[in-house]
Design a protein around this ligand. Structure first.
Ligand SMILES: [Zn+2]
Length: 288
């Protein structure tokens, strides 16, 4: 329960309205947690910490989120921007709050052997990090088995390229509209080499919201997690991700994390809110 309450506090601190939608995604509580509901004011008190038993502390290690405590962003603040100092982390959380440094490019980019919307052109955006690329190949092959041809449209994008894309959008639509649609340089997941935009022939290989309703888009929503990918910017979670719904943007996080995220209907932000809540709980337990 404390886990859950911490999460709710984290959400309200972040300025989000808590609602039943968030409740629905809460993970199963550890077996040792049998306390009844507490009010928010009780959380974090000495009294609370005393209630945690030794058995309870060990139980945290069985929490499916426990392995991910070590995979949170490590940060350094410069000029009011939070920069990620462990960007090679497969679970790196790059968003409007956490930036990649302009100097970061992934160490192990490869060109996956999949169908691209641009054919054989040797371009930067054909690349992904090795592990993500291998799983992308497996995912595209599995879709093919189901008679669906996926097309990779855009993968790795360097900081410099993102800057060009962003500037073009600002010129076309103005800065605030641009920020809604295009990531500010350093905040794009494409710079991690772990994201791929995907489309289909009947969408003209374009990145369209309607792709989510096609057999290819539906297949991905149901199966991507088996290959370690998540639909990153979900419909209805715009307030959390601070991005519009993107039916085409898939992010590699590894199979285990992707399955947890999929089963709980979380965004990557929500996943780490839960990881942070677990960490707080453990830290609280150790502080006694
Ligand atoms: Zn994308």
């Amino acid at each position: 329960m404390m886990h859950f309450i911490s999460f709710m506090i984290a959400l309200s601190l972040a300025g989000f309205h808590t609602s039943a939608d968030y409740l629905a995604g809460d993970i199963e509580k550890p077996a040792a947690e049998t306390e009844t509901a507490k009010t928010d004011t009780e959380v974090g008190t000495e009294k609370e910490a005393e209630k945690e038993t030794e058995a309870g502390s060990k139980d945290y290690q069985n929490d499916p989120l426990y392995p991910y405590i070590a995979q949170q962003n490590k940060l350094v603040e410069k000029d009011g921007v939070q920069y990620i100092t462990n960007p090679e982390n497969i679970l790196v959380l790059a968003n409007k709050e956490y930036s990649l440094q302009s100097s970061y490019s992934p160490p192990d980019l490869v060109r996956p052997n999949v169908t691209f919307s641009f054919g054989d052109a040797q371009v930067e955006k054909a690349q992904m990090r090795k592990e993500a690329g291998t799983q992308l190949e497996a995912m595209f092959a599995a879709a093919k088995q189901d008679n669906l041809t996926l097309y990779a449209v855009s993968g790795y994008r360097s900081y410099q390229r993102q800057q060009e894309v962003f500037s073009a959008e600002v010129d076309a639509k103005g800065e605030s509209k641009a920020k809604e649609a295009v990531a500010v340089p350093g905040t794009s997941e494409h710079q991690t080499g772990l994201a791929m935009d995907i489309s289909s022939r009947d969408q003209g290989f374009n990145l369209t919201e309607a792709f989510g309703e096609t057999p290819e888009g539906q297949w991905l929503q149901k199966n991507a997690h088996k290959y370690g990918f998540i639909l990153r910017y979900m419909k209805g979670k715009e307030a959390v991700t601070q991005y519009q719904y993107e039916s085409w943007h898939y992010r590699y996080v590894g199979k285990d994390a992707a399955t947890i995220i999929y089963e709980n209907d979380w965004t990557l932000e929500e996943f780490f809110q839960h990881v942070r809540a677990l960490q707080k709980k453990i830290d609280g337990g150790m502080a006694k």
